[in-house]
Write a protein that binds this ligand. Sequence first.
Ligand SMILES: O=C(O)c1cccc(C(=O)CC[C@H]2O[C@@H](n3cnc4c(=O)[nH]cnc43)[C@H](O)[C@@H]2O)c1
Length: 210
Amino acid sequence: MKILLVAATRPEIGLITEHFKLPEKDFMQTPEFDILITGVGMTATAFALGQHLSTKYNLVLNLGIAGCFDRSIPLGTVLNVITDEFAELGAEDRENFISIDELGFGKNSYTAYNNLLSESVIKLKKVKGITVNKVHGNEISISTVKARLNPITESMEGAAVLYGCENTGIPCLQIRSISNYVEPRNKAAWQIGLAIKNLNEWTIGFLTNT
Ligand SMILES: O=C(O)c1cccc(C(=O)CC[C@H]2O[C@@H](n3cnc4c(=O)[nH]cnc43)[C@H](O)[C@@H]2O)c1
């Protein structure tokens, strides 16, 4: 089984590259898995996947930190994002939003299809995510998106990875660790170090036992 690990930034998978003694490059290859660093956001992710995604991979594992809309989930929790939605893809109609789906030009929501039965995956809470170009940081826009989509996580890449996998028929898993709550911007409260540590420890365990 060959896995493609996809992350937006190198720090998000830093303990993994350190553990497996990999070079500091944007594309790293090993016999069991490759690692692709895409850059932040959907466009960078789609471009990087366009260059590297192929059916030689049996699984794409999208890794990263994320914001969380649910304050009952502690910072640092590792989650399995099983569906992800392009939250801003569509049109405004005054105070309403018309999704790309409703416009008839495609679909907003994508699923991480896989048949993994690994204990480390099964034990993770399954959640719905949204993917955005603009990180939410305003009370009104946060309430609006919660009422419209009821998401648990927010990232800037997830749905783009699921889109690429669904369109190539490659099984996919999106694992995100919560670095912050989605709230008016409060960077001092972010727990990026804890989120990365937990995400990387989970991933090293998964790679070692798969
Ligand atoms: O310093 C900042 O302001 C900052 C803002 C966003 C992300 C970062 C990162 O260091 C990591 C990039 C990565 O993080 C994901 N992320 C994390 N929290 C959120 C969020 O609340 N909403 C959306 N995305 C989030 C995202 O996928 C980025 O690629 C630093």
